[in-house]
Design a protein around this ligand. Structure first.
Ligand code: UD1
Ligand code: MG
Length: 419
């Protein structure tokens, strides 16, 4: 590769000495700003103080379970630092292979013409897989049933990372993108041997005549559809620096708090195991995502790519399915559901759908204006007025956190009455 780019020197006697070629690395290597640890630590502190208070002090969790959760937390922490150190290295490699994008919301400014390395989700995905595979050594030694499902879940996540990366490299048409997660979900759907029953909500039970309904294969279909929804809904609620990873971080925090509250409040061992299972996947997701956010936060030094959006969506879907809290997960996903509903006319082809449905950027004022494209990003701009990219992203993340808070409130009100 390098030889092709070097100038050929044929006649050194008549021509002046050719300029020494610069090492190829310096010509294409992207400018990566230092990780924004301060921003990340603010995010993390708000979550981790109540989270570890619940685990260590508030609830009386069995010693073994607590030990597994804490070992997983330590491994995740190590994963954070590995991801932080790998992202700048990987950025050079993806840029050299022409995997980069232009920051559309900075078009017309010097930052808009910089080649930003794309698909850094691949680093997060690989570190996540290594962490979760190694974690098996510390858990599941006796329970082979869980081991099968855990590995099937990892196979689906791994398959999704592969297909996401394929999408980034080949730029698959977006209607094909919609079906990729259903292929990736196959390992999980085929290996799933858990129950396929749902509990009928108490207010409905007298009308239906029974409390529990066995859905059989329909349950598996539901699992597949949930995976398709979670992955694509994260991917289309995107396009602002920090939004793809930020929403994953907020939802992951909400899932972890929910899991601990359920473990702490239950005496059913199987129920606790299901929620612990979710924790073992979401803690590494949160840690590695925070590492990516430290480079992807405004102004982004790297883009996450569909590799990340699919990977994050699939991991949360798998946690929700095997942790048996998919209804709660869908309420955590309320902004994504809203964005999906707003997008439907364009996704269905009723209204033309451009390649990017992003706001309009004014380089003079540095503000974004909402367009008529059906996205939550544009709706917020139309409702709340023009904003900078950073403040719009923060507003959307606060909205995400409020929806998660609303979900906890709803669960608290409905406990005992609904199920
Ligand atoms: C989805 C959305 C598309 C949106 C895009 C942004 C649908 C149907 N598709 O497409 O409307 O524009 O995500 O991610 O809703 N980018 C930025 N700033 C960022 C992040 C991304 O400018 O903070 C741009 C970069 O040029 C980057 C590109 O978006 O290269 C990545 O787009 P991609 O993820 O391939 O778009 P889709 O997922 O197909
Ligand atoms: Mg995308």
């Amino acid at each position: 590769m390098a030889a092709k780019k070097r100038a050929s020197v044929t006649d050194t006697t008549t021509k002046p000495e050719p300029e020494k070629p610069k090492p190829e690395t310096n010509q294409t290597d992207p400018l990566i700003r230092p990780a924004k640890f301060f921003t990340i630590s603010k995010f993390f502190l708000v979550f981790s103080i109540p989270y570890f208070f619940l685990i260590l002090s508030y609830y009386k969790i069995e010693h073994d379970l607590k030990k597994s959760i804490l070992i997983n937390a330590v491994i995740s922490c190590v994963g954070f630092f590995i991801t932080v150190s790998l992202i700048p290295v990987a950025s050079k490699y993806v840029s050299r292979r022409n995997l980069f994008g232009y920051d559309i919301n900075k078009k017309g400014t010097p930052d808009g013409s910089i080649k930003v390395p794309e698909s850094l989700g691949i680093v997060v995905g690989i570190v996540f897989l290594v962490l979760t595979i190694l974690f098996q050594y510390f858990n599941f030694t006796a329970d082979s049933n869980w081991l099968v499902e855990y590995n099937a879940a990892l196979a689906s996540i791994c398959f999704m990372i592969l297909l996401g990366f394929v999408d980034d490299v080949l730029d698959v048409p977006w209607r094909v993108k919609l079906v990729l997660p259903s292929i990736a979900a196959l390992p999980l759907l085929m290996a799933y041997a858990g129950h396929t029953t749902i509990i009928i909500p108490k207010p409905l039970a007298p009308y239906v005549g029974f409390d529990i309904l066995d859905l059989g294969w329909i349950y598996k279909l539901y699992m597949g559809l949930l995976a398709v929804f979670c992955t694509n809904s994260i991917n289309i609620h995107a396009g602002l620096n920090g939004l793809e990873v930020g929403q994953t971080v907020v939802i992951s925090c909400a899932i972890l708090i929910h899991n601990i509250v359920q473990i702490g409040g239950s005496s059913d061992f199987e129920y606790k195991q299901a929620h612990a299972f979710s924790i073992y996947l979401i803690q590494p997701l949160l840690a590695t995502s925070l590492a990516l956010l430290s480079f992807n936060w405004y102004p982004s030094s790297v883009f996450v790519g569909d590799t990340y959006t699919y990977f994050a969506g699939m991991t949360m879907a798998v946690a929700g399915i095997l942790g048996h809290f998919s209804e709660t997960l869908l309420i955590f996903f309320a902004p994504q559901v809203l964005n999906f509903l707003l997008s439907l006319p364009q996704l269905a082809g009723i209204i033309p759908c451009p390649r990017h449905r992003l706001p309009r950027f004014d380089p003079k004022s540095g503000l974004l204006t909402g367009t008529n494209d059906g996205t939550l990003v544009n709706l917020f701009l139309r409702q709340f007025g023009r904003k900078t990219e950073k403040s719009l992203c923060i507003l959307l993340l606060i909205f995400q956190a409020l929806c998660c808070g609303f979900c906890f409130l709803l669960r608290w009100f409905l406990t005992g009455w609904y199920k």
